[in-house]
Each structure stands twice: as structure tokens, then as C-alpha cells.
Ligand binder design. Structure first.
Ligand SMILES: Nc1ncnc2c1ncn2[C@@H]1O[C@H](COP(=O)(O)OP(=O)(O)OP(=O)(O)O)[C@@H](O)[C@H]1O
Ligand SMILES: [Mg+2]
Length: 220
């Protein structure tokens, strides 16, 4: 039984269909193979599909139930998966309330995610740069951006990283509007060298196992 708070791994990327969910599943699999307890959280709110990939059919409790209120914590949502030591928190499908939680609901969800009894929580994020997606991504200790070697996908990944950085800046300095504006302008006009430095810093902080994974999960 894990003693401390789980480490969060956010898996995002600007474009849809590039393999984020498959990468999230692969990371969970590799970590569980090491003997670690893992929770896979499907935070692709409103368009969740990890349960399908895991062959879980029929009605299972989902984040919609949590967001609707009345649950003390996330433990009723933990569903067994075919992978040992991996539990799923399924996302909701087709619920407008789940797809657009309030800021308070989102923060409550993140608080409860960080209290889960697991070594790792892998956050599978949706496409796009919705505030919710960026906030989930920024809340993770390790962040993985998935793309494909195509111009559209790479540009979307670039935009995603930039948006995540801008979102982080605007939240850290939310009380100082002038400073936020100046920093946002600076980041917006920073060209690729600055962005690469940012990516590199993020990657260097990763554990060797994640760095290895990033090298091996690309498509052929
Ligand atoms: N490494 C891979 N090799 C071959 N096919 C892959 C690979 N990764 C993903 N796919 C396939 O690509 C499709 C999209 O993958 P996935 O659902 O993981 O993308 P996604 O980025 O999570 O999409 P969405 O934005 O809709 O959530 C799926 O059919 C999946 O089986
Ligand atoms: Mg997905």
C-alpha cells in the first residue's frame, strides 16, 4: 500500500487521435509491470474512451457521478482493469456537465486525485487547449506531450505547450494583471529556441523510466 501522495503523469498534446490514450495506457502498463500501483484517470472529459480500450463494457461509475456531487472521495470510481495493479477512473461520455465542470469542481477533482492511494496516477487528457485540459496537464509532476511526425500534429503540440505555459503564468501571477500581460506577450513572441529550452527542462526532470518510454512509444 503506497504511503505518500501519488506522482501524477499528464499525457496531453494539442491534436486529437495522435495516440495520447495509447501512450497513457502504455505508461500505466510499464509502471505496473515494475510492481507499482497505478490509477489511470480518463480526464478526456465528455469524450472518454479508455474504458473501451481496456475492454470494460457495461455501466461503471464515472467522473460524471463524482462531478454530480455527493461522493466523499474517488474510491467508489476505481474499476479493476485487465492489467494487475492498474485501476481505471472512467470519464463520462455525453454529459455536458462533465465536459464543462466549474472551476471549483475541477479543483476538487484534482485535490481528490492527489489523495488517491497509488504510486502513480496517469492522467489521459483530451485534445485541444481548453482551460480544464491545460490545468490538469499543469497539475502533473511529469508531463508528456504526444504528437506524430506530421506538420499539423507538431504545430498543435507546439501550441499546446505554449498554451500550457501561458496558462501557468496567468494563474501564478493572477493578482498582477500588468505583469501577467507582459509575461504573456514575452512568451507569445518567444521563438522555438525558448520553447525547446522549456521542453528540455521538463524532460530533464523526468525519471529515467519515463525518458526511456518517451523514446519507445512512437509509431513505426
Ligand atoms: N503507437 C501506435 N501504433 C499504431 N496505432 C496507434 C498507436 N497509438 C495509437 N494508435 C491508434 O491511433 C488511434 C488513436 O489513438 P488514441 O485514441 O490513443 O489517440 P488520442 O490522441 O488519445 O485520441 P483522442 O484525442 O481522440 O483522445 C487509435 O485507433 C489507436 O489504436
Ligand atoms: Mg484519447
Amino acid at each position: 500500500m503506497p504511503q505518500s501522495s501519488p506522482r501524477l503523469i499528464g499525457v496531453g498534446g494539442g491534436k486529437g487521435g495522435v495516440g495520447k490514450s495509447i501512450v497513457a495506457l502504455t505508461i500505466a502498463r510499464v509502471l505496473s509491470d515494475r510492481g507499482d500501483e497505478v490509477v489511470l484517470a480518463d480526464l478526456d472529459l465528455g469524450a472518454a474512451n479508455l474504458h473501451t480500450y481496456l475492454g470494460i463494457h457495461g455501466r461503471v461509475p464515472t467522473l460524471s457521478d463524482f462531478i454530480a456531487g455527493g461522493m466523499a472521495d474517488l474510491s467508489p470510481l476505481l474499476v479493476d482493469t485487465p492489467m494487475p495493479r492498474v485501476h481505471l477512473i472512467a470519464g463520462g461520455v455525453g454529459s455536458l456537465k462533465t465536459a464543462n465542470p466549474t472551476f471549483q469542481s475541477k479543483m476538487k477533482l484534482l485535490r481528490h486525485i492527489s489523495r488517491l492511494s497509488a504510486d502513480w496516477v496517469v492522467l489521459d487528457l483530451g485534445a485541444g487547449v481548453h482551460y480544464n485540459t491545460l490545468d490538469f496537464f499543469n497539475a502533473a509532476h511529469y508531463r508528456v506531450v504526444v504528437t506524430q511526425p506530421e506538420a499539423g500534429a507538431v504545430l498543435n503540440a507546439y501550441g499546446f505547450i505554449k498554451s500550457a505555459l501561458l496558462r501557468r503564468i496567468s494563474r501564478v501571477f493572477s493578482k498582477d494583471k500588468n505583469l501577467t500581460k507582459a509575461l504573456e506577450e514575452r512568451v507569445s513572441t518567444t521563438r522555438s529556441r525558448g520553447l525547446l529550452t522549456f521542453c528540455l527542462t521538463d524532460r530533464l526532470s523526468m525519471s529515467p523510466i519515463l525518458r526511456g518510454l518517451m523514446m519507445n512509444t512512437g509509431r513505426d
